[in-house]
Design a protein around this ligand. Structure first.
Ligand code: ATP
Ligand code: MG
Length: 251
């Protein structure tokens, strides 16, 4: 079983978009996938048609508080695709967990008895906290989305910092890839920044770039994956290629 956290130093770079479409794409390819949303905004579930907190109102907060088991929290949203949604309760989780034991390993503990699951995909929140620690302790891999619109040396440094800090938490973790998102090949700065990122990180960067297109947010608003929303559009094609690259990188 591969456990992949989608993470980035910056907010709004496409973590949730990548988590949901990667999970949906792998499920369509016949893999059994669990998508875990650690973000109180609940975007991953909403993007697949669940209301915030899911149908049940229960979420990863109950899992981390050990109030519910993973099996009881899983919601099957598509064939082979299960989700544990995020909820607003996650906003208070840092404080609630602080008193408990092994609070950074709660998620790892919850996943340990899973069988017949190919992928766990974890959508991580923007702020760095105990939720991140939980994600990194149980992950075998990370994927780091990066936007190329804002070219800055700080951006590059942020990617390195993200990776270094995660490796401090869990030295075993692999970087499956850096994913260039919101990419517009017509924009000079996008091309220039993508080139810098590829020079700096080499083959760690996924060959496929995710294009900058409003179709992705339209799909989310409709509660559909990009494959359901616009099956043969350029965003679906890019995410499909990226799914194949993720499969290849696991071999
Ligand atoms: N490739 C893309 N092209 C255009 N818009 C995109 C693309 N990917 C994501 N978006 C949009 O950008 C916004 C932020 O994306 P998303 O929610 O995936 O980022 P995030 O990293 O999860 O944000 P947060 O840090 O708030 O969790 C959303 O409105 C989303 O629809
Ligand atoms: Mg998000």
């Amino acid at each position: 079983m591969r456990v992949i956290t989608i993470c980035a130093e910056k907010g709004g770079v496409g973590k949730s978009t990548t988590s949901t479409n990667l999970a949906a794409g792998l499920a369509e390819m016949g893999k059994t996938v669990i998508l875990i949303d650690l973000d109180a905004q609940g975007n991953a579930g909403i993007a697949l048609g669940l209301m915030a907190g899911g149908h049940t109102g229960r979420s990863t907060a109950e899992l981390l508080m050990k109030e519910e088991s993973l099996q009881d929290l899983l919601i099957e949203v598509r064939d082979n695709l299960f989700i544990v949604p995020g909820s607003r309760r996650l906003y208070g989780i840092q404080k609630a967990l602080v008193e408990g034991r092994a609070v950074d390993r709660r998620l790892q503990h919850a996943l340990k008895d899973l069988v017949n699951v190919d992928f766990v995909i974890i959508d991580s929140p923007p702020a760095n906290n105990i939720l991140h620690d939980n994600a990194y302790m149980c992950s075998t891999e990370i994927i780091v989305p990066v936007e190329t619109q804002i070219f800055s040396a700080k951006g590059l440094k942020d990617i390195k910092t993200t990776i270094r800090e995660i490796r401090e938490d869990n030295p075993e973790i692999d970087i499956t890839g850096i994913l260039i998102t919101k990419y517009d090949s017509q924009r000079n700065q996008d091309r220039a920044y993508a080139e810098v990122i590829r020079e700096e990180f080499g083959s760690v960067v996924f060959p496929t770039e995710i294009p900058d297109t409003v179709r992705l947010s339209e799909a989310q608003a409709a509660g559909k994956s990009i494959f359901e929303y616009q099956r043969w559009g350029k965003a679906a094609t890019a995410y499909r290629k990226m799914c194949v690259e993720v499969l290849e990188r696991g071999q």
